[in-house]
Every structure is written in structure tokens, then in C-alpha cells.
Design a protein around this ligand. Structure first.
Ligand code: TXA
Ligand code: MG
Length: 398
């Protein structure tokens, strides 16, 4: 994914706030923008079929305090971050963590990321912290980088899937930071989607995925980065990127030297095999299962040169075909439902999951996605699209 040439990924600095999203100075005020208008609990919009009408709330100081109370009471809260929305629970509360797995339908051996209020909390959750971790935390937190470190004894097995390591990050979103400050401890939060499905980048996506399984969803607007954090494992002899994200291998190398190995390619994708397992066979990163981030509509990726032809062939066989392209609609073929995605990697990532959700909701027979450029800036996007293709077209994952 792209950086701005300063070695900082988009989320590593204060992100530009989309309209309607809370800025730190907004917290405690009534939202005036789009996100608040969409979701204010006072709205007269009729209840969505699968959820209470009022579990999406604006991120006022009052609602953030309420969310922190709910976390203390062992409830689940939808939390915006700069990457995707998280399904938050008290990381120290085993029963609350168990509710995350139940709500997501996620196997219990898939470990969760613990979100911290600031890097000062690191020693409470990790031990034997290497100097590289401190340097990276200083450079990129708050921001879209998760560090896998040896865990402290207080981290429950329920969070780590029984592993000796824990994933930690400080998210760069004013609402998440306000909630973490109010809660003042670690918040376990996987992406707030059903297991194997497309990660949510708006509060409404969280409601669509999880409905009443979440007590309250803080509306932080659309996520600025749009795809999940980079996961860097520093618990091994050498640094390994387990999941590519907005912070690239080059960004990391600039801080710690060397060049971290990237082990996140969709190996075995064609066979739908899990791509990465521990020596004991446990998946270390559920996002590394080949079939992940998947729409229900069968999705295929076509090279730019063959995009129009691939889509037209499918449409010619009587199928309804939705296309996610880099360019405007193919004027020669009015049968296709065509969506032009942004040309720049950061903007493409920001809109990727919302685009996939919208195309999936059309009920088309196929989604055809134009292959991303084969460059470092597009690596994380290519990773997510590859997994979406492998897992697509299935009824709900088990
Ligand atoms: O951007 C993100 O990271 C988002 C936001 C909400 O922070 N969270 C997220 O969580 O993507 P989740 O659970 O959907 O993906 C986190 C991945 C999982 O696939 C999990 O297996 C991996 O991180 N993970 C967590 N702890 C780990 C550990 N100790 N070792 C290896 N992988 C770990
Ligand atoms: Mg996830």
C-alpha cells in the first residue's frame, strides 16, 4: 500500500477526517455531518430488520462513556478504527472475549488483536519486548501496524488462542482513542464481520453483519485506511509480515533496517487451502486463510487487457455481471453493471470493502474485478482481492 514518500503510511499520521467523522475536538459534541445524520438514534427511520434501530450512536462524550461502561460490564461494542470497524470487548475478561467468538462465528483458536490506549501500555501486555518493537511503536502508533510479541502472563488464553504471543496495536482513530482512554486498558477487537466475510468500514456495515449481537456501535464515519492493519511478527528470530497492510515492508525496513520477510501470499489459493499454518497446524492469522474477506457472489479477477472480454463473455451467457474496474464503464457493453474504483492505491483501499459489499448486494451472478497493478503499493489490496476470490460464492462459512 502506498505511503506518502515520508515513510509514513496514510494512517500513521493524523488522517484527514472524512466529512461527518469525529475529530478529537468533536468528541463530546453532537455530530453534524453525514455519519451522524445517517445514524443518529433520534432518527425516525424505521428499524433495520436484523437490528435495533438505535444501536448505532454518535460518538459523543456521553456515548463513549457508555461504551466504556458496557465494556466493563462484559458487553460487545462496535468500535471504529482507521482500518476497519472492530468488535470490541474487554481483553482481560474471558467471558466477554468468548462472546466475540460467538458473535463472529469464529473458531476459538484464531487469536485476537489487543488495542491499547498508547504505547506506554505495551509492557503490561507483552514481555521480552525487542528494541525494534519500541522503534516501530514510536514511528507508527497510533496507526495501522499490529505487532506480534511474546505475551505477558495476564493476557488470557482466550485472546491468544493459547499461543505464547499476542497481537498489539494502538489504532489511529479519534473515537477509538477516546474509548481506549476512557476504558484505560486493553480492548480485544477483531474486524466486526461474520467470520470469513467482508470487513466493515462503516457503522451500518457492522449492524448488517452482527445486528443485535453488539450492544452499541459507535459511529466514527467511514474508515480512512479501509483495509486491516499490517501484521508484523517480532516474536521470531527475524521479523515476518503475516498480513500486508497500509504500512509496507519498506516502511518497516526504514525504521528497523533489513527487510522483513513477507509470508502472506495466497499460497494454495487455487485449491482453497489455508495458506499459512503453524508447525502445529494452527492458523496463525485467520486473514491468512485463503478463503477470507469474501462476497457471496462468485468473484473473479481479470487482467486489465482481458477485463471487458471476460465480463462480456459471462454476460453473453445470460449472466448478470458486476464489474469493479479502474476506468470508467466500457461504452460498448450496456449489459454490465460497471463501477469505477479510484486509480490511487490508498483511495482504492479506502473504498474496497464498501464497493465489494455494494456489488455483492446487487444479486449478480458474477463479480469481475480488474486485477490491481503488480507493484508494492497495491500488495495489500491484491492480497485481499485474492482471498475474496477464493472464498466467494459460498453460502455462509462454517
Ligand atoms: O486493522 C485491524 O487489524 C483490525 C482493526 C479492528 O484493528 N482488526 C483485525 O482483526 O483485522 P482480525 O481479528 O479480523 O484480524 C487479526 C488477525 C487475525 O487473523 C489473527 O489470527 C491475527 O491477527 N493475530 C492476532 N494475534 C496473533 C498472534 N498472536 N499471532 C499471529 N497472528 C495473530
Ligand atoms: Mg478479520
Amino acid at each position: 500500500m502506498s505511503t506518502d514518500g515520508t515513510g509514513r503510511a496514510p494512517g500513521a499520521d493524523a488522517p484527514s477526517q472524512p466529512e461527518g467523522e469525529a475529530k478529537p475536538s468533536d468528541i463530546g459534541r453532537e455530530p453534524g455531518g453525514e455519519a451522524g445524520a445517517q445514524s443518529a438514534p433520534r432518527s425516525s427511520t424505521p428499524p433495520a430488520p436484523r437490528a435495533s434501530a438505535d444501536n448505532i450512536v454518535p460518538p459523543t462524550a456521553e456515548q463513549i462513556a457508555r461504551a466504556a461502561e458496557l465494556l466493563r460490564a462484559g458487553e460487545l461494542v462496535g468500535m471504529p478504527t482507521e482500518t476497519v470497524y472492530g468488535l470490541a470487548a474487554d481483553a482481560s475478561n474471558v467471558a466477554a472475549v468468548a462472546r466475540i467468538f460467538a458473535a463472529k462465528g469464529r473458531p476459538s483458536d484464531h487469536p485476537l488483536i489487543v488495542h491499547l490506549p498508547d504505547r506506554g501500555h505495551l509492557p503490561r501486555w507483552a514481555r521480552a519486548i525487542p528494541k525494534e518493537a519500541l522503534a516501530l511503536a514510536r514511528a507508527f502508533w497510533p496507526g495501522p501496524l499490529t505487532l506480534i510479541l511474546k505475551r505477558e502472563d495476564r493476557v488470557p488464553d482466550a485472546v491468544t488462542g493459547g499461543q505464547d504471543t499476542v497481537g498489539l496495536r494502538v489504532p489511529n482513530h479519534p473515537v477509538a482513542l477516546a474509548l481506549l482512554a476512557a476504558f484505560d486498558s486493553g480492548i480485544a477487537a477483531p474486524s466486526a464481520n461474520r467470520f470469513g466475510r467482508i470487513s466493515p468500514t462503516t457503522a451500518a456495515h457492522v449492524r448488517d453483519e452482527l445486528g443485535d449481537n453488539v450492544a452499541l456501535i459507535l459511529d466514527g464515519g467511514s474508515c480512512e485506511v479501509g483495509i486491516e492493519s499490517t501484521i508484523l511478527d517480532l516474536s521470531r528470530e527475524t521479523p515476518v509480515i503475516l498480513r500486508p497492510g497500509a504500512i509496507s515492508a519498506a516502511d518497516i525496513a526504514r525504521v528497523i533496517g533489513g527487510s522483513p520477510e513477507v509470508r502472506a501470499a495466497v499460497e494454495g489459493a487455487a485449491e482453497g487451502e489455508p495458506s499459512r499454518q503453524d508447525s502445529d497446524g494452527k492458523p496463525r492469522v485467520s486473514g491468512s486463510l485463503a478463503a477470507h474477506y469474501a462476497p457471496r457472489t462468485p468473484l473473479q479477477i481479470a487482467p486489465s487487457a482481458r477485463l471487458a472480454e471476460t465480463a462480456a463473455t459471462l454476460a453473453g451467457e445470460g449472466s448478470r455481471v458486476a464489474v469493479l474496474a479502474h476506468a470508467a464503464a466500457d461504452p460498448r457493453d450496456a449489459r454490465l453493471i460497471w463501477r469505477a474504483a479510484p486509480a490511487a492505491a490508498a483511495a482504492y483501499a479506502r473504498e474496497l470493502y464498501a464497493n465489494l459489499r455494494e456489488l455483492d448486494a446487487l444479486g449478480a451472478d458474477f463479480i469481475v474485478v480488474e486485477a490491481p497493478p503488480d507493484t508494492a503499493a497495491w500488495q495489500a489490496i491484491a492480497d485481499r482481492l485474492g482471498r475474496a476470490a477464493v472464498g466467494s460464492g459460498e453460502a455462509d462459512e462454517t
